[in-house]
Design a protein around this ligand. Structure first.
Ligand code: PZK
Length: 286
């Protein structure tokens, strides 16, 4: 049996191929980006860690929302997915105030139309998680939009469904992760519709590339927090004095090893499964 794969899309560090009319192959590479630039040095096993984490979360949130995962491939770094009609919305949930949410708040006291209490700190925990959708920018950064604009894009009923579903997914994962020493500050989902118009969670879910993971032990609101996975890379790049425009710098061996260890640590803490067990049989996460 042979399959001809047709390349359909490239993300910064992932590729999407068509298998047939109904199925796509999502391949997670070992590439890493920082300050929005993909670096020339790979982190061995990063793609497998992210693929395994997504599959773990998909398996545990099926009752909250259906998802696109059909099959984890034996290599552990790629998945067969259902082909969907994607919604033109990045579905972001924030439990803590960081990144563009913090920037919006400092300027306006709100983000994506959510008026927030005064006196919140950078990286502070929000009173309640909030849904802050953004549009998929064709170039550059996604743009935060309010619920009115998001409803124009997907319709009122679908908007309410993706908001409630996103919040429920976040609450589930954030509670699980916090119990295992990792704060999920925020996360981004992509949803699609199946042929019957049912909402389906697509893309990746609760990976360090789609979420801000912070080590709970070091959590100190009132400033930016170290990233669980990329902090060695950022610190190294800052110390180099690189101007953050392409091309990015090569990473030395110790930064690669330290970063790889952080990805494996996140995987093992969140799943409770040894990474070697996952490599031997990826289906152990599902
Ligand atoms: C789809 N993307 C973004 C993600 C990339 C690009 N299940 C699906 N059905 C139809 N389309 C998509 C998906 C998913 N997931 C997702 N673009 C199309 C994207 C990852 C890598 F290169």
């Amino acid at each position: 049996m042979s399959e001809t794969l047709i390349h359909v899309a490239s993300g910064k560090v992932r590729e999407l191929f068509t298998i047939d009319d109904d199925r796509l192959l999502l391949v997670a590479s070992d590439r890493i980006s920082t300050f929005d630039v993909v670096l020339p040095t790979e982190i061995p096993d990063k793609g497998r860690v992210l693929t395994g984490l997504s599959a773990f979360w998909f398996a545990r949130t099926r009752d909250v929302c259906a998802n696109h995962l059909l099959e984890l491939r034996p290599d552990g770094g790629s998945t067969e997915c259902r082909r969907l009609e994607m919604l033109p919305l990045e579905c972001v949930v924030r439990g803590y105030l960081a990144g563009s949410g913090w920037k919006d708040y400092q300027r306006t006291g709100s983000t994506s139309g959510h008026a927030l209490p005064r006196g919140l700190q950078e990286s502070g925990r929000l009173p309640e998680p909030i849904f802050t959708p953004s549009t998929k920018a064709t170039s550059g950064h996604d743009e935060n939009i309010d619920s009115g604009r998001a409803m124009e894009l997907v319709g009122r009923e679908r908007y309410e469904e993706v908001e409630q579903t996103s919040l429920a997914l976040y609450r589930f994962a954030a509670e699980h992760a916090a119990a295992h020493g990792i704060l999920i500050a925020d996360t981004k989902f992509e949803f699609g519709l199946d042929a019957d118009g049912r909402l389906v969670l697509a893309d990746e879910a609760f990976t360090p590339d789609s979420s801000r993971f912070w080590p709970a032990d070091d959590y100190t609101p009132g400033g930016s927090q170290p990233s669980f996975d990329k902090q060695f890379v950022r610190d190294y790049c800052e110390a180099l004095g690189w101007d953050k425009t392409p091309p990015g710098p090569e990473l030395p061996e110790d930064v690669v090893a330290g970063t790889r260890a952080r990805y494996l640590d996140a995987f093992e803490r969140l799943t409770g499964i040894a990474f070697a067990e996952y490599l031997a049989d990826p289906t152990v996460v599902t």
